[in-house]
Design a protein around this ligand. Sequence first.
Ligand code: GLN
Length: 403
Amino acid sequence: MLKGYVPPYNATVVQKLLDQGAILMGKTNLDEFAMGSGSTDGVFGPVKNPWSYSKQYREKRKQKPHGEKEDSNWLITGGSSGGSAAAVAAFTCFAALGSDTGGSTRNPAAHCGVVGFKPSYGLVSRHGLIPLVNSMDVPGILTRCVDDAALVLGVLAGHDPKDSTTVQDPVKPFTLPTLTDVSKLCIGIPKEYLAPELSSEVRSFWSKAANLFESEGAKVIEVSLPHTSYSIVCYHVLCTSEVASNMARFDGLEYGHRCDIDVSTEAMYAATRREGFNDVVRGRILSGNFFLLKENYENYFIKAQKVRRLIANDFVNVFNSGVDVLLTPTTLSDAVPYLEFIKEDNRTRSAQDDIFTQAVNMAGLPAVSVPVALSNQGLPIGLQFIGRAFRDQQLLTIAKWFE
Ligand code: GLN
């Protein structure tokens, strides 16, 4: 839809980096309009995970007779900001930006073995970021270590008159102290996150991480986020409804692609959108318009907004009970091969993959995925820390201690 389009202005995050002397090397690939969890649905083709070519993974794979061509079984990066994660993982740049509406920065970070940070909603301007779900979108930061993420956050954070959801509070510097004593911390482990689909390896690294905090004197307690099981469905209704509305601007008139059909304005709109959007985007526009129909609005959209509040309140209750951060998996497993990923219906797959990340966006909280270990296959596994709203610095300080 946006082929050949050159934006007439810079996003605030881009301008802030330029103002600090950053060198912007290019734009990275992603799922079309940031819809997806694999980076397999981009207009430039799927993103390959650099770990597909790592020595360990290749050696492990040689032991398994698959009968496929050597290159046919490369791994997905996760998504939707997979190109950004791959660029950082492959040491082609210092840091990359992504976006995070339901996990799109944290998910590929976990699969590519890098740090993926989603700031608190309202801390970093969305001006210039193409919206997916306006009330959940945040620019994300991908780096190789937590200190680097804090450095970039320090440049990006702050009020922007062009984004009225950014907070007015003056931003303090984001340099991270080195934590030496975690004994005063309380780490929450949400019991609902022990999903049946969670791989045994991720599960075991998750409990090892909890044990590490405990052995260093931190209080580690089981907590409950009782509305977790509604989060994927709730996100789906809210996301597709906002997509239906947001995508209306791509009509072939103002900018972007326009089809050759000129029999009527309606026919031009329809053909432009059919040609310009992939199946995932068109599917979400259709679902969203269904949820927004007059007869469905109360039952779906309004109900989902109420459920969203319950999901957000679960976090508030846990943090009010004295928990400093939550420790959870980021993804269900390590990266899967592309051919396996596309076997299933991508939309269903995407939804399942976001189980640990989406609720955070509905609550507007900061969260960071940090690489924790390599799986048996020699692939990275990440764990996620979730913090209180606007305690981004505390969150990153704890993540830095852990990494
Ligand atoms: N996978 C989710 C979706 O497709 C989240 C995407 C995102 O965070 N941009 O909606």
